[in-house]
Write a protein that binds this ligand. Sequence first.
Ligand code: UD1
Length: 418
Amino acid sequence: MDKIVVEGGSRLVGDIPIGGAKNAALPLLASALLPNGPSTFKNVPLLQDVATMGKLLRQLGCEVDGKHTMVIHPPTAKKAKLEAPYELVKTMRASIVVLGPLVARYGRARVSQPGGCAIGTRPIDQHLKGLAAMGAKIHLDHGYVDVECKRLKGATIVLDMPTVTGCENLMMAAALAKGRTVIENAAREPEVEDLGLVLNKMGAKVTGAGTAIITIEGVDELQPIEHTIIPDRIEAGTFAIAAALTRGDVLLQGARAEHMDAIIAKLRAAGSTVTVEAGGVRVRGGGDILPIDITTQPHPGFPTDMQAQFMVLATQAKGQSMIREMIFENRYMHVPELSRMGADIHVDGRTAIIRGGTKLSGAAVMATDLRASASLVLAGLVASGKTEVLRVYHLDRGYETIEKKLRGVGAKVKRVKA
Ligand code: UD1
């Protein structure tokens, strides 16, 4: 298996182009099941998770072409195969976002239940509760969820928590339902807003996407569209930490500051200078790194997907930091690996206390989660000697050529092929 080898100690200076958002791309590609013709998506990131979604869509009967620009041609009702098998769903939980569009367009779907994953149990009860409220019959057997409904009906759904993919599934289902659906306590992530934009381009009537109450007037038919995917705020945030850690000066090309308020606020609290420029967001480190206090929350709160990266920054701060992980119950897998590199971190339940100012030393490390793996690459940038990050397939799920992008701003990083 490939590994990433990082030689620490370089100051990062230059521009890093930010790719399309993984978490926007996955539901958007699934939304191509809804209209009656081929949709085109631009700025699609070349990631393992996107490849998995392409594979799943092909399995469902879609024709899928292209890479950074993807064209997806949904199947006719006759040719559609309405099953998302365990083999694919187990490699990517977000496969669940095909459920809503399949039921809405074809009246039926059989999707493997995702089950738990390394960072927590991650149930899909809210997705199913919403579909049931819209009139779907739901049956669980042999690890699969079977959902059936000739035509979904609009309903008012109050989510127990603002689940991102749950909300996206229900928006796509509602777009072809009869009547009005209101989703309350909706997820407010920019990726949910982007999906609302796409559904509207297709001819649905969505208002409030990006706020806590989303209203969708269902229509009988949707039209194919063309859409450019928003930049990835988590990829941008990860490179922002690389700049802050190395006291560098990096322009995150194309990043949108308005999607990154909580990240930018914590970068500034940690002593970095963040400026918004025409070409993107510039992050300058320098001087002392200050301790931070972070609690992960649904958007617009601080994103759980940036928790591991900020923890690395905290290991270099002058003082003690505290992080509380409130979204996933087991998202501290990077801690033992960072400790092996010399970090001083104490975890008690959902709280981590990080005593800063420790010198990190390079080691062979690995993690079982995408963002945890990214945090280990970041740690390698300031560690003495060589850090080898194993199990690179986790990184490839969410970062397109992370080693090239870091090399482009002066880091000593390479991929060693197995
Ligand atoms: C999405 C993101 C992921 C991010 C997460 C939280 C995608 C493809 N992935 O994942 O990168 O880390 O949001 O910002 O967009 N929950 C339930 N029942 C449900 C659904 C969720 O209890 O039916 C719980 C989860 O266990 C978790 C919380 O709600 O504790 C939020 O999860 P959710 O927003 O659904 O995460 P994902 O959509 O899977």
